[in-house]
Design a protein around this ligand. Structure first.
Ligand SMILES: *[C@@H]1O[C@H](CO)[C@@H](O)[C@H](O)[C@H]1NC(C)=O
Ligand SMILES: *[C@@H]1O[C@H](CO)[C@@H](O)[C@H](O)[C@H]1NC(C)=O
Ligand SMILES: *[C@@H]1O[C@H](CO)[C@@H](O)[C@H](O)[C@H]1NC(C)=O
Length: 447
């Protein structure tokens, strides 16, 4: 099925693997060689973080140390990645988007040019319990709302930091995509509230948060699909009016606090838009086929891969868990905006979107930014939107004021790191143009 790589490619691969090996700390979880996951591609650490010692419910994690740290490891930031859903596994982020190794069509790992763990340690968490390889001892324990999600995440982050003294003092940035547009503010907010009540050595060293193509204030965002599609030329005026009626219905259900019905009505809006446009995927209007996350599913069905990651072979990995999706159905339309309002004041927030996403894209994010209760909002809205370049190439636009940065990534859909690996990597480096434009959320090590 797959062809043999050329000698040159093999040599390059060996050299790359060798240099990565030198730059990576030894794996603590497993050093066993497996045919389907080369030793150099193993996470630095992976396994489980117990969130409930009574029941044994645990969050699965995979951690990759920084490949080229620009300071001592004890000062090198940690970046936590949370996938969306609700109920989708961060292993999709890891092996399809921003991790150091991605799965190719031959279901093998290839080094990722745009890996986000260049200057940062990168921690993927399968959140909430019941998602990906994470374990929910029983479905009653799966969180039903964002405070519940945050409570488990906080325990998981504390136990991760306790695994190695070198983690203790490192600044922590929390990021994620899509439905993590709620998880990320939820854990950030929880940390800001919880830290002052804890002795200093138990606090989480939060330095900032970032949300990619997020669903954060769903009631504002759902009202933007019709105009967005109309002005993109994808639907006509009649469709626009139909869609607006359906959107208004979602808003009405939210006002009546009929949360699950509102969630279903939103799904219908998106289905109508899909039907009207005939697009392969609303996640990226340019795509001829949907994102190929099944590659990750095939890769993670391999017993040797599971064993190498520290996962019980009998576990079946799913891209997204229907059980978790169902438990959080009543949460989908609830807003996490008030949590962002605290984070812009007391921490740093980056919102970035791929330009071609029709679900949680630029227009839908700008709509709720405008409604933030924040004393610096008008300064932010009047701040210059700067052209952002990576190596002389146009990469997008950045706008920043106070604790808030907004970045638009050109030529990308919902999965920004999949579509613009190298441009998106700028979020994980210090030297890049994005820093010069004043956007420095992951990078500012001075605080
Ligand atoms: C831990 O698990 C027990 C047993 O299922 C449950 O009663 C308790 O509520 C759980 N605690 C948390 C914090 O989830
Ligand atoms: C979308 O199209 C499918 C297939 O034709 C149809 O079954 C479904 O009812 C449509 N949904 C909406 C919301 O228009
Ligand atoms: C893996 O899970 C199965 C089924 O729950 C269990 O019987 C087995 O003991 C587990 N194996 C290990 C190594 O934990």
């Amino acid at each position: 099925m797959d062809s043999q790589p050329s000698t040159t490619a093999t040599l390059v691969h060996l050299l790359l693997s060798f240099s990565l090996l030198l730059l990576t700390l030894p794996s603590s979880s497993s050093s066993s060689y497996s045919s389907s996951i080369p030793a150099e591609a193993l996470p630095t650490k992976s396994g489980y973080l117990v969130v409930n010692s009574t029941s044994g419910s645990s969050i699965f994690y995979a951690f990759y140390e920084a490949q080229k740290p620009i300071s001592s490891l004890s000062k090198t930031p940690l970046l936590i990645w949370l996938q969306g859903g609700p109920g989708c596994s961060s292993m999709t982020g890891n092996f399809y988007e921003l991790g150091p190794w991605r799965v190719n069509h031959a279901i093998q790992l290839e080094p990722n040019d745009g890996a986000w763990n260049r200057a940062l340690g990168l921690l993927f968490l399968d959140n909430p319990i019941g998602t990906g390889f994470s374990i929910a001892a029983n479905s009653d324990e799966i969180p039903r709302d964002q405070p519940g999600v945050a409570k488990h995440l906080f325990i998981a982050i504390q136990s991760f930091v306790a695994l190695d003294p070198v983690f203790k003092s490192r600044p922590i940035y929390i990021t994620g995509e899509s439905y993590a547009g709620k998880y990320v503010p939820a854990i950030g907010y929880y940390i800001l509230k919880k830290n002052p009540k804890l002795p200093p050595n138990q606090r989480v060293n939060l330095a900032g948060v970032a949300i990619g193509n997020g669903l954060t204030d769903p009631v504002t965002q759902v009202a933007t699909h019709a105009v967005n599609a109309y002005f993109t030329g994808l639907i006509n005026d009649k469709h626009r009016i139909q869609l607006e009626e359906a959107q208004n219905n979602v808003v009405k259900l939210v006002e009546q606090k009929k949360w699950s019905e509102a969630t279903d009505a939103r799904s219908e809006v998106l289905q109508s838009l899909q039907n009207m446009t005939g697009l392969a995927s609303l996640y990226d209007m340019r795509r001829k086929i949907p994102y190929e996350t099944y590659l990750v599913e095939q890769f993670l069905s391999n017993r040797d891969v599971k064993r190498a990651l520290g996962v019980n072979e009998s576990m079946v990995w799913e891209d997204c868990s229907d059980t978790v999706g169902e438990v959080l159905r009543g949460d989908v339309m609830k807003s996490a905006k008030y949590m962002v309002e605290l984070l812009v004041k007391e921490s740093k927030v980056l919102l970035y979107q791929g330009q071609c996403d029709l679900r949680d894209g630029v227009v839908s994010t700008e709509a709720w930014i405008k409604t933030l209760k924040w004393e610096m909002l008008s300064e932010f809205l009047n701040a210059e939107r700067k052209v952002w370049k990576v190596k002389e190439e146009l990469a997008g636009y950045v706008q920043k004021w106070g604790g808030l940065s907004h970045a638009v990534v050109l030529g990308a859909g919902h999965f920004v790191p999949t579509d613009q690996a190298v441009h998106s990597q700028a979020f994980g480096t210090r030297e890049s143009q994005i820093v010069k434009t004043g956007f420095s959320i992951y990078i500012d090590l001075s605080k």
